[in-house]
Design a protein around this ligand. Structure first.
Ligand code: SF4
Length: 452
């Protein structure tokens, strides 16, 4: 699935403003700074209130913290929680009055940064099974912790754009090869030694700069970020001129004696349900439909995890939580989580559907996009449609930026139908929401024009 925009636009001064949003994140009017992502210190106003983003350190939360955040989402927000494509968690519907007590709680959980600026650049993704997966080459969590310290200590780095990201890929069963990132540290096994390849996002492909010792990787990643700040016109790695990349390579003096471009491990499946790790343990992947879970379900999930002797959960860029559980309880845990509405099967058609928050969460539409998407998921299963579906409340297309095989675009009380395009593409038909579940199977049968 294509990456959905998760970031909005920032008003000068970066302060939350009074209601008047235009969607699932972006605040309308008097806004001129692109590239703002919501944070905890700097929440973003949406149709259902403030969005407060929680960035777990190393992508991990204790089950106790998960339970506390689920409770907080109903006490201080509207009970709706997002799992984001940056492996974060967002509490929705927070009000200006409840923000301070939510911050207090986050402070008690060591989840609130000292400043909005330091928080904004702490975009470090690590493999969700790091340290648990015997197939990984390197446990990247210590590198991530060292990089966090570098980013917090050097205020010059706070000028990095909020979308600037680091991917720390230790390999194994759940590699981060599909995750876009400005700076990539990828584990390699070279002559039986563990090294880290340093990569830079390019316009079309990753530029690998060379190999570094594990102990030096965080400092090198911070140096690469400094170089991007100084030499890229957009402060993003992909805009670095070729001569600046060549000079960076020389400046860093990395080991280029071995091939660094070939990943040491390939992407593997499954990603959800029970994933065998050792003779005794499994990782259990629990996906959230449309990246959304409500506080009651999350509280029950935390209780299930605790009852299964799980003490920690990991977040992932594919909006799926992971837990390591004993083989004897992993299957039961997955089954119980499925009853809570979580996705535990990679074949679930919900994984091929993107749907924006829709009516109730966004004033730009009257259409219940996610309810409609759930009904359409049954049509997809019945017709064995192998493609992707995007249900968008309006042409803005917040839930997905890439093209989808079928797109429904809200237009007043109806949907326009697009095939192989985005919400902004020319429609080939229309769909009355009253017909969803009745005649909508036709959407998933190959034809050029749809009037259902
Ligand atoms: S795409 Fe959906 S969430 Fe975004 S502005 Fe339109 S209706 Fe709102």
């Amino acid at each position: 699935m294509g990456a959905a925009p998760e970031c909005g636009r920032r008003r000068a001064g970066g302060r939350p403003r009074a209601p008047g949003t235009d969607g699932d994140g972006a605040v309308s009017g008097a806004i001129d700074i692109k590239g703002w992502c919501p944070g905890a210190r700097r929440p973003m106003l949406s149709g259902d209130g403030l969005i407060v983003r929680v960035r777990p350190h190393g992508g991990a939360l204790t089950v106790a913290a998960l339970h506390a955040l689920a409770e907080a989402a109903s006490r201080f927000g509207n009970g709706q929680i997002d799992l984001t494509r940056r492996a974060n968690l967002q509490i929705r519907g927070v009000s200006p009055e409840t923000l301070a007590p939510l911050w207090e709680l986050m402070t008690s959980l060591a989840l609130l940064d000292d400043s909005a600026e330091a928080e904004a650049i702490r975009n470090i993704a690590v493999n969700p099974l790091a340290g648990l997966d015997p197939a990984e080459v390197i446990d990247m969590r210590p590198v991530a912790a060292a990089l966090e310290l570098q980013l917090a200590a050097d205020k010059a780095l706070w000028a990095l754009p909020a979308k600037f990201g680091f991917a720390l890929d230790g390999g194994g069963r759940l590699p981060l090869t599909e995750l876009a990132a400005d700076v990539r540290l990828a584990a390699r096994s070279v002559d039986e030694r563990r090294r880290i390849a340093v990569g830079l996002a390019g316009a079309d492909a990753i530029t690998w700069l060379g190999l570094v010792a594990v102990s030096d990787a965080a400092a090198v990643a911070a140096n690469v970020a400094r170089w991007v700040l100084q030499h890229s016109p957009t402060r993003r790695a992909a805009a670095l001129p070729p001569q600046a990349i060549a000079a960076l390579s020389t400046e860093l003096g990395l080991d280029r004696s071995n091939e660094t471009s070939t990943p040491s491990v390939a992407m593997s499946r499954p990603r959800r349900g029970a994933i065998s790790l050792t003779d005794e343990t499994c990782g259990v992947g629990l996906g959230a439909p449309f990246g959304r879970i409500d506080s009651a379900a999350l509280e029950r999930l935390a209780a299930l995890l605790a009852a299964s002797d799980v003490s920690e959960v990991r977040l992932s860029p594919w909006r799926t939580l992971y837990a390591a559980a004993g083989r004897d309880v992993a299957g039961r845990l997955a089954a119980d989580a499925a009853e809570l509405g979580l996705i535990v099967d990679d074949a679930d058609p919900l994984l091929r559907i993107d749907a924006c928050t829709g009516a109730g969460g966004c004033p730009a539409t009257r259409l219940a996009t996610r309810q409609h998407a759930r009904v359409l998921a049954a049509d997809i299963a019945r017709t064995q449609f192998p493609g992707t579906l995007h249900v968008s409340g309006c042409a803005k297309g917040c839930a997905r930026s890439a093209a989808a095989d079928v797109v429904l675009v809200g237009d007043a009380d109806r949907y326009r139908v697009v095939r192989k395009g985005t919400p902004k593409s020319a429609p080939c038909g229309a769909l009355d929401p009253a017909d969803i579940g009745i005649t909508s199977q036709g959407l998933f049968q190959a034809r050029e024009s749809v009037h259902v």
